[in-house]
Ligand binder design. Structure first.
Ligand SMILES: O=C(O)CCC(=O)C(=O)O
Ligand SMILES: [Fe+2]
Length: 227
């Protein structure tokens, strides 16, 4: 079980604007799964305008699952491929089904963050072609699932958290495996790949205090090599 212990235990939390473990810490969730605390912080200054530009082109929307339920998380995409769901299933598309146009380009700063986080956890030359943006308002959640609509499971998943703190669930290869609960704070980056690539994961209903910069929401970017 040692592989599932964090490299470093969290240190005292900062009581003010940015709660949670100190930036720079690395926690290990599995042999090839990590949380890099605060890794995104040096990159995020230009992110709010970039998100606004993506949103102006391809708004966040609550898509419907194949089972007919509207997701509580609202999503949009940037990059060559975008993840979508409707009654026909889950898949990647080159165009936004809302407007028929290609998804907005992935800003170079987003791709740079994804590459650097992947390299920092041993996944060299990660070139994401898809960036899913998830917006959680209080109460929104993501049930346990595997990310398995990508063509090649050789590339990792790089997942960036911004805004309100979330409780991330990181389970095993089977849906019934017990999931670890990991608080993800503004600026944290989770990376999982290799033998951990198909681990079940999800997010508990969002609750708690608004974030000083982003208010009452959490935005998650999930970078993938989909095509
Ligand atoms: O919001 C998160 O942290 C996880 C998102 C996720 O698992 C997904 O979009 O597939
Ligand atoms: Fe996922």
């Amino acid at each position: 079980m040692t592989a599932f212990l964090p490299f470093y235990m969290p240190v005292a939390t900062t009581p003010d604007l940015f709660p949670g473990p100190a930036p720079g810490e690395r926690e290990r969730l599995g042999p090839c799964a990590f949380v890099l605390r605060g890794f995104a912080l040096p990159y995020v200054e230009g992110f709010p305008p970039a998100i606004a530009a993506i949103e102006a082109h391809s708004p966040f929307r609550n898509m419907v699952t194949p089972g007919g339920f509207a997701m509580s998380v609202a999503l949009t995409n940037c990059g060559q491929l975008g993840w979508v769901t409707d009654r026909r299933g889950y898949r990647y598309t080159r165009t936004d089904p809302g407007n028929g146009k290609p998804w907005p380009a992935m800003p170079p700063a987003f791709a740079g963050l994804a590459r650097d986080a992947a390299a920092a956890t041993g996944f060299e030359s990660f070139e994401p072609d898809a960036c899913l943006l998830n917006r959680y308002l209080p109460g929104a959640r993501m049930t346990l699932h595997q990310d398995r609509n990508e063509r090649d499971f050789g590339a990792p998943i790089v997942s960036v958290s911004l805004g309100m703190t979330a409780t991330f669930l990181f389970g095993g290869r089977e849906r019934s495996d017990t999931a670890a609960r990991v608080a993800l704070y503004h600026g944290d980056v989770a990376v999982w790949g290799g033998e951990d690539r198909l681990r079940y994961h999800g997010v508990m209903p969002l609750k708690g205090d608004p974030h000083p910069l982003l208010g009452s929401q959490r935005i998650n970017f999930t970078f993938r090599k989909a095509g």
